[in-house]
Write a protein that binds this ligand. Structure first.
Ligand code: CP3
Length: 343
């Protein structure tokens, strides 16, 4: 196996000493990159995901063009509902839509469970090809959506500001919600293990809508499933959990089997460190919209962010995905400012 030339991300996740913090950006392969837009004109979204050569090319773009310290495989969290037999459409500019939502026991019983992850061979192939093309330049991140966030899409059928239908499902049919969450968890565990076998050096679990739940409901419907995944994967690869908006759970997350936790920009670095007591590597938490500020402002804010987190047990990143309107040179300024950080 090729030795990694830059293993800052893995070192930071293992709590080892690093000469500077690693940096990558959530959703770094995507619409702010002109070369991605060009490919988008030729192939539809799921063709891009399902064709290993295309997924690899897109995955490498931010490594080559923005200089990040990690690659994250180009795919989507909604390939799991697809593998369970649920139709997912991606309308350009409108986001995902799932025409047949989950509402009844019959719907849950009809889901494909055993072997569902086998239909995601194209993801494993994309990881293997990307790993080969990277040739040890930087680590490769695999990922999946968290069970709660996947349930949100399966029940609502599309994005939502409040996720009230998903919550209504959980609050009126809790046993069914748990049954669905467990099915998603079981598949996700095998899926992530397969990603590691195919070449992922670490995996991140995106719980983008965890913050829609109250602390008590997060503990019921999200946290146990996140922790099951972290526990099941911990001997395969370091796990990064990203339950966005759940600063209230940071203490427990720091005591879980996860190696890293992503945080958003609604909490100060000092608070995040206080809650986690250096028991876990923290990833974040630059406001993605701040990338729209003038470059000198970006550089200043990055310096302040690292001053506050410290350089160890820390991964510089955004607090959520990069938005399509970010100029590429602003994304590059963010990355460069981390790489050039001096105390
Ligand atoms: O980070 C990366 O660069 C890897 C690629 C990646 C995509 N989706 C590609 C994509 C990752 C890690 C995801 C995760 C994902 N997908 C999440 C969790 C992260 C987050 O932002 O909260 C979620 C909630 C989804 C579901 C999803 N997929 C939505 C809501 C949308 C539409 C809106 C949007 O943010 O783009 C997508 C489509 C999607 N997934 C695009 C990309 C590059 C844009 C569609 C296109 O380019 O045609």
């Amino acid at each position: 196996m090729t030795q990694l030339k830059n293993d800052l991300l893995l070192k930071a996740l293992r709590g080892e000493t690093v000469e500077r913090p690693p940096v990558w950006m959530m959703r770094q392969a995507g619409r702010y990159l002109p070369d991605y837009i060009k490919l988008r004109e030729k192939y539809d979204f799921f063709t891009r995901c399902q064709t290993p050569e295309l997924a690899t090319e897109i995955t490498l773009q931010p490594v080559d063009q923005v200089g990040v310290d990690a690659a994250i495989i180009f795919s989507d969290i909604l390939v799991i509902p697809q593998a369970m037999g649920v139709e997912v459409l991606m309308e350009e500019g409108k986001g995902p839509s799932l025409p047949k939502t989950i509402a009844t026991q019959k719907d849950i019983d009809a889901l494909i469970t055993t072997g569902a992850e086998e239909s995601l061979k194209y993801v494993y192939d994309a990881l293997s090809l990307t790993k080969k093309e990277l040739n040890g330049r930087v680590p490769l991140i695999g990922f999946a959506g968290a069970p709660w966030t996947i349930l949100c899409y399966m029940v609502e059928g599309k994005g939502s500001k409040t996720w009230d239908k998903a919550k209504q499902f959980a609050y009126t049919q809790p046993a069914r919600a748990h049954q669905l969450l467990q099915k998603i968890t079981d598949i996700t565990i095998v899926y992530l293990k397969n990603q590691v076998k195919a070449g992922a050096d670490t995996v991140q679990v995106f719980d983008s809508w965890a913050g829609s739940l109250s602390p008590a409901d997060f503990k019921l419907y999200a946290q146990p499933y996140l922790f099951q995944i972290a526990e099941a994967l911990k001997d395969d690869a370091p796990v990064i959990l990203f339950p966005k908006g759940t600063w209230h759970a940071l203490k427990e997350i720091s005591e879980s089997a996860a190696s890293g936790v992503g945080i958003d920009w609604c909490i100060t670095p000092q608070m995040a460190r206080e809650f986690t007591q250096n028991k876990i590597t923290i990833q974040g938490n630059f406001d993605p919209a701040k990338l729209l500020a003038p470059i000198p402002e970006i550089r200043k804010a990055v310096k302040e962010m690292i001053d506050a987190f410290g350089t160890q047990r820390y991964i510089a990143n955004l607090g959520h995905g990069i938005t399509p309107n970010v100029p590429v040179d602003h994304a590059r300024a963010f990355v460069d400012a981390v790489k050039e950080y001096k105390l």
